[in-house]
Design a binder for this molecule. Sequence first.
Ligand SMILES: [Zn+2]
Ligand SMILES: [Zn+2]
Length: 677
Amino acid sequence: MARREDFEIAIVCGLPLEYDAVSLVSDEVWKQDRENNDYKTGRIGEHNVVLSLLPGMGKASAASTAANIRSSYRHVRLCFLVGVCGGVPQTGSKEILLGDVVVGKAIVSYDFGRQYPDGFTLKDGIESNTAKPDRSIRKQLATFETSNGRLRLEEEIARFLKKLQAKATQQGCGAKYSYPGTDEDRLFMPGYRHKHYISPTCVCSKCEKGSDPVCEDAVKSSCQDLGCAEQYLVPRTRLKRKREGDIKKAQDPAIHIGVVGSGDRVIKSGEHRDSIAKPKGIIAFEMEGAGIMEEIPCVVVKGVCDYADCHKSKKWQDFAAATAASALQAILGYMPPAKSQVPRRGHFLVPFGRNESFVGREDILQRLITRISPSANRDDCQRTAVEGLGGIGKTQIALEVAFRLHDAYPDCSIFWVPAMEATGFENAYRKIGQSLGVAGIDEDSADVKTLVKAALSRKDAGAWLLIVDNADDTDLVCGPTGILSSLPFSRTGSILFTTRNHQATVELDIPETGIVSIPEMSQTEATELLRRSLKESQAQDTASLTSLLDFLAYLPLAIKQASAYMAKTGMAISRYLQHCRSSDKKTIKLLSKDFEDRGRYRGIGNAVVTTWLISFEQISRDYPLAIQYLRSMCFLAEKEIPASLLRTADDELEADEAIGALKAYAFITERAGQELK
Ligand SMILES: [Zn+2]
Ligand SMILES: [Zn+2]
């Protein structure tokens, strides 16, 4: 999810029509900033961008908007001012045509200076009223001034312009952005006035010099209506070439890198324009750059829609705004992707600590990590299941995967939800929502599952892994509010289930290739696990050790419990084995009933019961309160029982001992960081 810190590029437009054109170039759907309606966020190429429309024209409005952007998006380092401008048609041998794009490598405030009767002089000292973007962007702009760099950029702008026009056509406004044509590109000589030539009854008839007034009606009329004469048009070499060349390429804009004049006064006179432009090498005029530059380094990217003279019309505005938006897209493609000052780290919501005694299973771990890691090339939101017997170590495998993935991909968020029962599942979802900052997640009426599903399904949620542990109960999986309907979908996301119920993998629509069955532990792995807690002297009897492992069906949970028992009692393996084999079958059968509804694993399940029974008998003799606890736990969820729920004994010492005993026999595990006090 893109955070405010992830935005380093701002785009500002002065006019709604400019804003509309830029809105056509995002690679993602633009989103309204929820906290501030003035901003829309999107992505262009590899850049997160924030887009804003100025509330009014001119420098002051631009400066205050830029200041607001800076305070809302504190990592914004560069602002593109994108839209339309008045071009200076001729600078030396260089011609600027309507629809061309001007990129400002510097901004000059043209209002600073003195207005003399015979003209306007810019204040001396270019440093005092010139602003430049930072070094890296200036370096980039310099490459566009080489003929190779310019040609490449122009090709890309032409390509993006076609894309923009196609998109506009899809949206039903294609005509707006089409090229007005070479015949509509008319440049009159600087002194030739835009006034009534056909019906000289107004003040226009007395207009001779450049400074003489023309009537109000003339200002609002088109050259055609007034009769501005063709013989005063300036011949343009590039226009001639366009007319003679490939008609499809006529609309392709040229790019001009240079100094842009910025001021509150609109330039509407050819003579005035040239007198300001010439001394400072200004190639275009606009009104907001100087204001933005006071707050944020700014690059002006503007399409030329008129020649800043009295003949200007609005005919070219939309097309020029489109060429500017296309140029912005092309330029952003050259800029290195934003390196946010704050490195992006994924969330890590896993309720267990790392199991330091985790043994073996290397091939399975590798298989899982290859399948679910964020670098895996995929077109889908992968669903993978770790399937196997109760006690085979599925949860431990999933936990190890979570930690390894977290080490290898710190950007990838990892979430863990237990699926034994509905409340635990929903609580875990709420925690995810809280850590993602999902709006409304803490409200009483919040539909937590739907909110979190939506948040993780968003593209900007980034890479994530959702671990759904113990998805065994098909009733809980299906149903209108079940787990299945709460699962998010994202191509950058992946879901890993653990289950002992094959039917659940079918309900969860997990393909056969996504099911990783956990076999018994190998002899070596099981021996290593058993030996870990035993004394050297106990572990020497390898014959009994092998028999015991066989008896325990190589189930990690059973092995853990057996070794916990032997470590505590100091009992030899052979003796323990004897106990197991001689135990009351009727009792085992009774205890097994609890597990029979877990289905097809019943036969092997007994082996776990054997271990459990031995532990159970031992505990019940020594710690009656512990058995009472175990009984009450049967009525609660299998996991996540708060210690406070058990703490009902008057004698705190007795309670501590009982819980200690349950822990010692691995009946219960205490969470890291949760004090039993
Ligand atoms: Zn007139
Ligand atoms: Zn005219």
